[in-house]
Design a protein around this ligand. Structure first.
Ligand code: GLU
Length: 471
């Protein structure tokens, strides 16, 4: 029997979800969907000081908004019962006991300032900082004395000496680490909570995770996690470390160089469909640059296409995918996206026509809002370029346009034909003044739609105003 593929997203709810972790979640989801496997969500909230329930709730809302449902995890449930690490203390206790029995962990009483000093000394002598082993050989009497003083120890994993830890990374190929470079590391914090190396690895094993795709910044953690799993006799997932996303300035993407939270992106009006099309191509290549649905993105997703080179975030690419998404998503979806910006001006009767009209010309809901205002209210801000066109054209043209408007009852095609015949103008000299007068803009959606949406009365008032402006 083959084991089903299970991937996971294991965020720490210490902040809002940013582009880097969106892409990590996306790759894990796409790989699971591609394989007909399970995408699991686990909330890594053992750091009580930094974790917040609100962030966990927001993370889940963000994943849903992105269209990345998880099949196992909070809300959905699953065989593990609990997918919040803060509530898995009893499970971890059993594995700490096992490590203690094997004498693979020891209490460490070093304080943060002592550890910082030790690292400073190591750095100063050109060594890579790692735990110096101060508490590695305390006698039971030493330990008892420290405990009697009321000190709470952390628990460190005793890294075996002179061992090579090898594994094949799904993205980076063969990896080899020397255990003596690792230093004994903390598996349980002094406050009794489980530390990342430990609970992250143990949970992957207990939850049956088969593949872990995560940021390259975790590569050096993997040998430590493999040592824990090996010591506990637990199964090891396959790890793939994906390249980081860099900002436009070539440094890792952060708030400073353009990274935004999903919430911010959503508020700015980015469509999830465009965002995932872009991010799925950041550090992963697709054979074509077609816009894909999530199912198609999953179908074509392959670990072989994950790149090792850092990927650079480029907002113009995101805009490119946004444009396609705006032009592609279903009507209901488009409405949901722009509704707040255009309500109550766009009514159920004009909704379809309005969306057909503006879709090719907008990138954000705010632009839909501007068109709604131009077409469906009398507040018009004449753009300087439009005013220039109107003045240059002169009033006679607009007088004639008024006649054509009445003659044709604002039916665009006959109106243009009539105006062409009566004024002798054609092409740009006809369309541009007409557009400028009717919309106050020199660019925009197709005029036939615009005229129909604004209706004859508003069109008449605009042409009359253009006559006055042109005089
Ligand atoms: N909680 C860890 C983080 O957010 C998970 C790392 C991992 O994917 O293993 O960085």
């Amino acid at each position: 029997m083959t084991i089903p593929i299970k991937t996971r997203f294991a965020p720490s709810p210490t902040g809002l979800m940013h582009l880097g972790n969106v892409r990590t979640a996306l790759f894990n989801a796409l790989y699971a969907y591609h394989q007909g496997g399970i995408f699991l969500l686990r909330i890594e909230d053992t750091d009580v000081e930094r974790s917040q329930d609100d962030f966990a709730a927001q993370l889940m809302a963000d994943l849903r908004w992105l269209g990345l449902p998880w099949q196992e995890g909070p809300v959905e449930g699953g065989p593990a019962d609990c997918y919040y690490q803060s509530q898995r203390g009893d499970i971890y206790a059993k594995y700490y006991a096992q490590l203690a029995q094997q004498e693979l962990v020891y209490p460490c009483f070093c304080s943060p300032p002592e550890l910082a000093l030790s690292r400073k000394i190591q750095r100063a002598s050109g060594q890579a900082p790692r735990y110096a082993g101060t508490c590695a050989h305390l006698t039971p009497a030493d330990i008892a004395a420290k405990l009697a003083k009321g000190l709470s120890p952390a628990l460190r994993f005793r890294v075996p000496k002179a061992q090579q830890i090898e594994f094949t990374d799904l993205v980076r190929g063969h990896q080899n680490f020397a255990s003596q470079d690792l230093g004994d590391f903390i598996v349980q914090r002094a406050d009794g909570t489980a530390a990342f190396f430990f609970c992250n690895a143990v949970d992957d094993a207990l939850m049956g995770v088969t593949h872990v795709l995560r940021g390259e910044d975790h590569l050096a953690n993997t040998p430590r996690q493999l040592l824990i799993l090996q010591a506990l006799g637990l199964p090891m997932p396959q790890y793939g470390h994906i390249s980081l996303i860099l900002g436009h300035d070539g440094t890792p993407l952060s708030k400073r160089n353009g990274s935004q939270s999903v919430q911010e992106l959503r508020t700015q009006g980015w469509l999830a469909e465009g965002l995932v099309n872009y991010l799925a191509r950041l550090g992963h290549t697709y054979p074509t640059d077609h816009y894909f649905s999530l199912t198609e993105l999953a179908q074509e997703f392959s670990l072989d296409r994950l790149g090792r080179a850092p990927a650079r975030f480029d907002e113009s690419q995101l805009r490119h995918w946004q444009q396609i998404a705006v032009n592609t998503v279903e009507e209901n979806r488009l409405w949901e996206w722009m509704e707040t910006a255009v309500s109550p001006l766009v009514t159920p009767q004009t909704r379809t026509e309005f969306m057909v009209a503006v879709r090719p010309n907008i990138l954000y809901p705010s632009e839909a809002g501007q068109w709604a205002k131009i077409l469906l209210t009398d507040e018009l801000t004449w753009q300087p370029e439009a005013l220039a066109v109107i003045t240059e054209t002169g009033p006679a043209f607009f007088q004639q346009a008024l006649t054509s408007l009445e003659e044709t009852q604002a039916d665009y095609k006959p109106l243009v034909a009539h105006l062409k015949q009566t004024t002798g103008t054609k092409g740009k000299s006809l369309f541009m003044p007409l557009r400028a007068a009717l919309t106050g803009e020199t660019h925009g959606p197709e005029m036939a739609h615009l005229l129909s949406l604004m209706g004859i009365d508003r069109a008449r008032r605009r042409l009359q105003e253009a006559c006055l402006i042109a005089k």
